[in-house]
Write a protein that binds this ligand. Structure first.
Ligand code: BGC
Length: 704
């Protein structure tokens, strides 16, 4: 495998699919009951097969772990629970080798009270360089307009320190003193941490709790101009010293405040869109698109090089800070009837239990997540519908060990179950014996397989990551519909937010003549005509349609997609006779995994063309016999018609049958170097004609 499979693209985060994970809960390699980097490295192939492209790791730095590592005690090392720096480096190398990028946490706002900087500060005299690393006061009344964020745990943002004989400022837990950004030495120390991880190869940093860096009297101490000046400085620093890195702002703010973190492309590359998240849940529960369309209407346009990060759930509570009081009451009534499900201003539950474990709603929510503008962020375990444990403290109930198998400790660890970092889920409905990766790998109808298909499909279209959005306004409020478009791609998304069958008429006038092709089944629908386009949708059903260009419209060859790119000095024929290490053979397993007719329960590991049956004197198109070695079980053989198509025909095919396109190919044959696509030849109309001709010929021969 090459050392580095990363594409050299400064905008990589726009086409990415993030997967957020807690190293401690992912996989334990040494049987101490705690997940670690060697364990995570062992599971990289699982993540690669899932199709995600970027791993966002929760904090793994030395820490007393009173806030799950967001209480940093050393910015430049790895917590021994998770392994060593060498383990981290090895993990990073292995991730990059698989084309997976890695984003880590930069907790800028505060440290642990155990950090040597704080220990030094509390013993140093007032006004000294050491003391000034943090924010001190003689009274607890300063900055009183600043809200308390962890309102279930703290009653003030000030705590008295006996050693320093002064109050120190903290926006979160009292054991997390806020750093003093007015002190240039603090900024220098943090820049060292930035360089340390980015120079090592980390691809991006999530800037934790970034709105709260500065304090000023008479303000809410959030989103202050000084914060933006610092972020500009950070961005310039990163751009000067590193390439293809990304800064992601965790700013739990209204859209107009959140966009300030992009600052016309001069600050963060990405920012979470917090308010969209509860509105996804509201729209599905109220069966009305208004909460979603309303929040997008309030979301300003963002610079071209910037991107929203969208999520359904994460390691924190489902935050309800960016909703009105009425909306919050509604969300609590709908999603957190029991008091213990609530924490601070939010709901501490995972996706599947929030949605009543209803597979259709889970699919619908993910489909929306994957089709709205932004980069989707999956939370570990949600791809298999893991449950939660509201009896655990703080937010631990959504941070339990990943469920790999029905074995002891869910296959997460070989340790004594009492030693685990957190208990596994044993609730009847979500018990790890039934909800686990192994079981879902065996069943091609499982949520895991569905997520893999959704991800694979999304990766075929750049419109999802980069395209504009155009909302349609059908009369039926239970239907949300919009078109995502980028260059020559147009994807129509239609979703039924209701539990009941709905009918909708869509005004698709600007796409008159186009043929909607449903992407999961590659089924062509009637062409869009002059009248409103009429559709019926079952309970919680969604459709993704590629809108093919109307006949006669000018088309540009599609290029640069997420398809595998094959390059060979040989011709088409030589490609077919290559062994399993050849370029075409290497592209086949990824393609087969997305095919509805691929019947093996296990994943295709390798594929080899063992026979080529030409239909004419040429082998393009042809029928091939492919031997597939699944990840488990005996080899299987499939008939796979293959063809190489170029120019406008390739473009047309990519539009009409994107799911049957296998790879982009550049080859050299008698006509010189040619570029095009390899496809399942049944998608190519010439193939059908050829077959008919052959059948005709046989009839004639028989008749003679
Ligand atoms: C993190 C939380 C953490 C808090 C304080 C947040 O933004 O997501 O998990 O408790 O920062 O560090």
């Amino acid at each position: 495998m090459p050392a580095n499979e990363l594409v050299d693209d400064p905008l990589w985060y726009k086409d990415a699919i993030f997967y957020e994970l807690r190293v401690r809960s992912f996989y334990d390699s040494n049987g101490d009951g705690i997940g670690d980097f060697p364990g995570l490295t062992e599971k990289l192939d699982y993540l690669k097969e899932l199709g995600v492209t970027t791993l966002w790791l929760l904090p793994f730095y030395p820490s007393p772990m009173k806030d799950d590592g967001y209480d940093t005690a050393d910015y430049l090392d790895v917590h021994p629970d998770c392994g060593s720096l060498a383990d981290f480096r090895h993990f990073l190398k292995e991730a990059h080798r698989r084309g997976l990028r890695v984003v880590t946490e930069l907790v800028l706002n505060h440290t642990s009270d155990q950090h040597p900087w704080f220990q030094r500060a509390r013993h140093a005299p007032p006004g000294s360089h050491e003391r000034d690393f943090y924010v001190w006061s003689d009274t607890p009344t300063k900055y009183k307009e600043a809200r308390i964020i962890f309102k279930d745990f703290e009653h003030s943002n000030w705590t008295w320190d006996h050693e320093a004989k002064a109050y120190y400022w903290h926006r979160f837990y009292s054991h997390q003193p806020d750093l003093n950004f007015d002190n240039p030495a603090v900024k220098r120390a943090l820049m060292r941490a930035v360089d340390f991880w980015l120079a090592m190869g980390v691809d991006g940093l999530r800037l934790d709790a970034v709105p709260y860096l500065y304090e000023r009297d008479g303000t809410t101490c959030e989103n202050l101009p000084e914060t933006h000046v610092f972020l500009n400085e950070l961005r310039r620093h990163v751009d000067k010293k590193h390439t293809n890195k990304m800064l992601l702002a965790e700013a739990n703010q209204w859209p107009e405040d959140a966009v300030a973190y992009f600052d016309h492309g001069k600050s963060c590359h990405m920012a979470f869109h917090f308010p969209i998240m509860p509105r996804l849940f509201m729209s599905v529960r109220t069966e009305d698109r208004f909460p979603l369309t309303d929040i997008w209407a309030q979301t300003p346009a963002i610079p071209d090089a910037c991107q929203w990060a969208l999520f359904l759930r994460n390691h924190d509570e489902l935050t309800l800070e960016m909703v009105t009081d009425e909306e919050r009451d509604y969300m609590y009534r709908a999603y957190a009837q029991e008091n213990r499900m609530r924490i601070n201003l939010g709901i501490r539950r995972r996706l599947a239990p929030l949605l009543g474990n209803n597979r259709r709603t889970i699919e619908l929510m993910n489909a929306l997540l994957f089709s709205l503008p932004g980069t989707p962020v999956l939370y570990y375990g949600d791809e298999i519908g893991m449950g939660d444990n509201v009896y655990l403290g703080d937010r631990d109930g959504v941070r339990t060990p990943m469920q790999w198998s029905p074995d002891r400790n869910a296959g997460f660890s070989r340790a004594n179950p009492q030693k685990l970092i957190l208990p596994t889920i044993i609730d009847h409905e979500y018990h790890y014996q039934s909800v686990n990766v192994e079981a879902q790998e065996q069943n091609r109808h499982s949520l895991l397989w569905w997520m893999r298909r959704l991800i694979a499909l999304r990766k075929q279209f750049r419109a999802f990551g980069r395209g504009a959005i155009d909302f349609l306004q059908p009369d039926n409020p239970r239907i949300i519909a919009f078109v995502r478009s980028f260059e020559d791609e147009s994807i129509l998304v239609v979703a039924n937010l209701s539990r009941f069958v709905q009918h909708v008429e869509l005004d698709l006038g600007s796409h008159r003549g186009a043929i909607p092709v449903e992407l999961f089944g590659r089924t062509s629908f009637p062409a869009i005509g002059d009248r409103p386009y009429s559709l019926s949708l079952g309970s919680h059903v969604f459709y993704w349609f590629a809108l093919t260009a109307p006949a006669g419209a000018s088309v540009h060859p599609a290029s640069d997609s997420a398809l595998p790119k094959l390059d060979t000095d040989g011709d088409w024929e030589s490609l077919l006779t290559d062994d399993a290490a050849g370029p075409l053979a290497r592209a086949l397993p990824g393609y087969l995994a997305t095919c509805p007719w691929f019947s093996s329960k296990a994943r295709p590991k390798t594929a080899r063309i063992v026979e080529v049956i030409p239909l004419t004197e040429s082998t393009n198109p042809c029928i091939t016999l492919v031997e597939v070695e699944p990840s488990e079980g005996d080899p299987e053989r499939y008939l796979l018609p293959l063809g190489f198509v170029t120019d406008v025909a390739a473009h047309e095919l990519r539009q009409r049958a994107p799911g049957q396109v296998i790879a982009e190919l550049s080859l050299v044959d008698a006509s010189g170097q040619r570029r095009g696509i390899v496809c399942d030849a049944t998608a190519d109309l010439r193939f059908g004609r050829l077959l008919l001709a052959i059948i005709e010929r046989r009839r004639r021969i028989k008749g003679e």
